[in-house]
Design a protein around this ligand. Structure first.
Ligand code: ACO
Length: 329
């Protein structure tokens, strides 16, 4: 059976750079602390009048160009975001209009930082079942809109960016060989934006209590992230009938360099030169966009050789997690 592939990639980063030295002036922290605990050097911050749909539109246009397609060739749009422009309408509908994808159905998915791999899995199913032909995936995050820049435990971690790809049966590209997804709602409270939904609608009280900002139990999230991404890698390798030796690039969720190193250390053959970390250094944690940005950098810089296999693994609020193996064909 012909397998789904990624036939075009694109990304967008806002211009404004927020360095660790800038953060030193905002909260009690230091460049040294941030680098050693997280690996983050700087992150991008969207302009006041630049939203998730705008960044996602820019990334989508670049991915369409890379795939040699127009908006009208797309028949399904999946947008992974935890920072949509609105609760409704969906950001997917806003992007559909911006790129004139008039023949496309449009849907947002909310799997937090795991959104890109969740979307790849759905897109693979849609195109391999021949329900849809060309699926556009966009991951876009304006995390600066939900970060409390007075809370040093979260302010240092997150950044804004968007990435996109086109998944299709036609053309050449990165074949989606296998994917694995999982979730556990038991830990929902460990990483949460408490207000703004139907449980705690926006009120003067919720604003006073800062309940519209990310709240995270960092240490617990860290432990679950390492354990779950390691498991996901093992399951996905087994499913694809591959060994870790056959993987040329490991792209873990770019949340924290220490989490990435802790995962890689649990495998004998995933040496450091195979483990991608550049996005966490330069962009911080961009949630759903994270692994797609990394993939786009590797592809654009021609660092993926023919037939090489890439393993993406993700973890996010929910908790949600997963993995995906791609082959450069
Ligand atoms: N600057 C300086 N000191 C700080 C800072 C800061 N920015 N933040 C915390 N500290 C202090 C704490 O107050 C604490 O001080 P104390 O010992 O006097 O109490 C000390 O540093 C250690 O704090 P910890 O929270 O124990 O630090 P830890 O080593 O756990 O690092 C971190 C914190 C970086 C948040 C880490 O727990 C982590 O990365 N967790 C995972 C976070 C993550 O990846 N989340 C996202 C995954 S899912 C998704 O992307 C949505």
């Amino acid at each position: 059976m012909t397998k789904a592939k990624i036939i075009g990639l694109g990304s967008y980063y806002p211009k404004k750079v927020l360095t660790n030295f800038d953060l030193e002036k905002m909260v009690e922290t230091s460049d040294e602390w941030i680098r050693t605990r997280t690996g983050v050097e700087e992150r991008r911050i969207a302009a006041d009048d630049e939203f998730s749909s705008d960044m996602g539109t820019n990334a989508a246009k670049e991915a369409l160009k890379d795939a040699n397609l127009n908006g009208s060739d797309i028949d399904f749009i999946l947008v992974a975001t935890l920072t949509p422009d609105y609760i409704f309408p969906s950001t997917a509908c806003l992007i559909q209009e911006n790129i004139k994808a008039n023949n496309a159905a449009a849907l947002d998915i909310q799997a937090a930082c795991s959104g890109y791999v969740y979307a790849l899995t759905l897109a693979k199913s849609l195109v391999e079942a021949k329900t849809y032909k060309n699926v556009l995936i966009v991951a876009t995050e304006k995390l600066s809109s939900i970060v409390d820049y007075k809370d040093r435990s979260t302010a240092i971690l997150f950044g804004d960016a968007a990435t996109a790809c086109v998944v299709s049966l036609d053309g050449k590209g990165l074949e989606i060989k296998s994917t694995f997804l999982a979730a556990s709602g038991k830990e929902a409270d460990l990483l949460i934006l408490p207000a703004g939904g139907s449980k705690l609608p926006a009120s003067i009280q919720t604003v006073k209590e800062k309940k519209h900002y990310i709240q995270m139990k960092g240490k617990e999230v860290y432990k679950h992230a390492v354990r779950r991404m390691k498991e996901a890698i093992e399951i996905c390798l087994k499913d694809a009938n591959l060994t870790e030796k056959e993987i040329s690039w490991l792209i873990p969720h770019q949340a924290n360099e220490r989490i990435i190193d802790a995962i890689a250390k649990r495998f004998e053959h995933l040496e450091s030169d195979k483990v991608f970390k550049e996005v966490v250094h330069k962009f911080g944690n961009t949630s759903a966009s994270s692994v797609g940005l990394a993939l786009d950098i590797l592809k654009k810089e021609n660092r993926i050789k023919p037939k090489e296999k890439i393993l993406l693994t993700v973890f996010g609020a929910g908790f949600t997690w997963g993995a995906c193996i791609l082959e450069n064909n």
